[in-house]
Design a protein around this ligand. Structure first.
Ligand SMILES: Cc1cc2nc3c(=O)[nH]c(=O)nc-3n(C[C@H](O)[C@H](O)[C@H](O)COP(=O)(O)O)c2cc1C
Length: 300
């Protein structure tokens, strides 16, 4: 089940997605994190953030809306407390997800994470739909996405993976701009902008009005985008994400072009999801006559 993200080997392709496993502590109460291919930590900004007002989750058929708003303890505490604590629980590669509201903030947080031996990859979230003047604003234009990529690449020698937004017309052009600006890999997709209305109160369900939709309902969209990007950026490692909830979905995502797969909403429904998917993978591989997962990447 081994796969590679550039020079980094993963024992399997399954990674809990940023924002759905915190910094690993709660998830470690459910299972031994050491079964995971890697872990993507919660999006980190320069300063601590409380996030958006409640309610900030709305359940939907085939998925959920979230409008967390990048709640996190800030990069100082992530470095001083969260990453060392995670390292005690998990020996594998840690993917540090960073976010920001300006090019300077992305560069500052990335430069701080660059000093951390515990972080193997920097995943740059230019796709958060739940904050104003930040996040997704950088991921919806090729020029802005390239500018963030360059700013982060200038301050780190760690591999930089840009995390792309599905809320665009042409994801391939954003992906290409990131790769041309030096991105080592790409992660896609983040959540799709959506909303729910409480028809009795005649008010939006989310205090933020809009939120990011994810879960099984977005799987075909994520798959299509991974496939388009794999053709637009041959040779660039992709982490596929969006709606994966079973071992068959991991295989499908890899056939579309992903070298590894992140799992988000499924963890909120079932905290054991990642471990169960890893346990199910060998049986599904056998059924499909797959000897090495690496062989199926981008076969479609
Ligand atoms: C509650 C929640 C919080 C999230 N927080 C982050 C975050 O901090 N940074 C980030 O890049 N993506 C964040 N995401 C997006 C996920 O990492 C993932 O890209 C998205 O949910 C699609 O995957 P899924 O369909 O498996 O949930 C969050 C998603 C959820 C559901």
């Amino acid at each position: 089940m081994k796969v590679r993200l550039g020079d980094i080997e993963l024992q399997n392709p399954v990674i809990p997605a940023s924002g759905t496993c915190g910094f690993g502590q709660e998830m470690s109460e459910w299972f031994d994190l050491n079964c995971l291919g890697a872990i993507a930590t919660k999006g980190t900004t320069r300063d601590a953030r409380y996030g958006n007002a409640l309610p900030r989750i709305a359940e939907c058929p085939a998925g959920m809306l979230n409008a967390i708003g990048l709640q996190n303890p800030g990069v100082d505490e992530v470095i001083a407390i969260e990453l060392p604590a995670l390292r005690k629980l998990y020996r594998g590669p840690i993917i540090a997800n960073v976010s920001g509201f300006s090019l300077e903030e992305y560069a500052y947080v990335s430069a701080r994470i660059d000093q951390e031996t515990d972080a193997a990859i920097i995943e740059v979230n230019i796709s958060c739909p739940n904050v104003h003047n930040g996040g997704m604003a950088f991921g919806t234009s090729p020029e802005a996405a390239a500018a963030v990529t360059k700013a982060v690449k200038a301050v780190t020698r760690k591999p930089v993976y840009m995390k792309l937004s599905p809320n665009v017309t042409d994801i391939a052009s954003i992906a290409r701009a990131c790769v041309d600006a030096g991105a080592d890999g790409l992660c896609l997709i983040n959540t799709m902008l959506g909303m729910r209305i409480d028809i009795r109160r005649r008010k939006p369900v989310l205090a933020n009005t809009y939120g990011g939709y994810s879960g099984p309902g977005v799987f075909p969209v994520a798959l299509r985008m991974v496939n388009q990007v794999s053709k637009a950026c041959p040779g660039t490692p992709l982490i596929g994400c969006g709606g994966v909830s079973r071992a068959e979905d991991v295989i499908e995502m890899m056939m579309a072009g992903a070298s590894a797969v992140e799992i988000g909403a499924a963890n909120l429904q079932n905290p054991m999801a990642c471990q169960q998917i890893i346990d199910e993978l060998p049986g599904v591989m056998k059924e499909l006559n797959i000897t090495h997962l690496q062989d199926i990447i981008g076969v479609v």
